[in-house]
Design a protein around this ligand. Structure first.
Ligand SMILES: O=C(O)c1ccccc1N[C@@H]1O[C@H](COP(=O)(O)O)[C@@H](O)[C@H]1O
Length: 203
């Protein structure tokens, strides 16, 4: 089970995620989030992340030139876009050497699955609740009509308590969490990070 811990801003919690076995650590560059961090800070943080772990810059509704400039400056190896960006933006990111994660809300996913399903396999998909980073889950039954294919990721309101049940319900290849490993909004908690990794991996 691939696990991404998102919304990190400080060395202590980056180290906790890495030591606990996370496959990816995420840094939010989208404005307006309690987790927003600047590229210079992330550049320092990623230096302690071992090779083989994805370092993911998270963006929402930002121009592709800004995304590229920030991702290069920060030194992340993967970019996650949450704003319904055109598929061309993902091709551009790949051409500049970044891995990509295409985040769709459950509503955007359901619409695209009905109207243009071929595009859903072009880039690694993350299916999220309607408001990213809000810590609110969506009803997994919403996936029943169009079960996702490929190595997609589940996000939205995951916690150490509910992650195993939701994995069993919808069989994602991986999970992504932010709010569920925080003691207060925007403040990551080392013991919750450890508990989430253990629960997601069933240990
Ligand atoms: O975390 C944020 O504040 C955020 C802001 C803008 C875009 C994405 C954001 N985070 C992503 O939201 C989901 C789930 O978050 P949660 O666990 O429900 O809080 C996850 O993919 C984060 O990468």
């Amino acid at each position: 089970m691939f696990v991404k811990i998102c919304g990190l801003r400080e060395p202590l919690t980056v180290d906790a995620a890495v030591q606990s076995g996370a496959d990816a650590v995420g840094f939010v560059f989208a404005p307006g989030s309690p987790r927003t961090v600047d590229a210079a800070t992330v550049r320092q943080l990623v230096q302690s992340v071992p090779d083989g772990i994805q370092t993911v810059g998270v963006f929402r509704r930002q121009p592709i030139e800004e995304v590229l400039a920030t991702a290069h400056l920060a030194g992340v190896n993967t970019v996650q876009l949450h704003g319904g960006e055109p598929l061309d933006d993902f091709d551009r990111l790949r051409a500049e050497g970044f891995g990509t994660i295409r985040a769709l809300s459950i509503d955007e996913y359901a619409h695209e699955a009905r109207t243009a399903p071929e595009g859903l396999l072009a880039h690694r998909l993350l299916i999220d609740a309607p408001i990213p980073g809000a810590g609110e889950p969506f009803n997994p039954a919403a996936l029943d009509a169009h079960p996702p294919q490929g190595d997609w990721l589940l996000a939205g309101g995951l916690t150490p308590e509910n992650v195993a049940e939701l994995i069993a319900a919808v069989s994602p290849a991986g999970v992504d969490v932010s709010s569920g490993v925080e003691s207060t909004r925007g403040q990551k908690d080392v013991s919750l990070i450890r508990a989430f990794l253990a629960a997601a991996r069933g240990v």
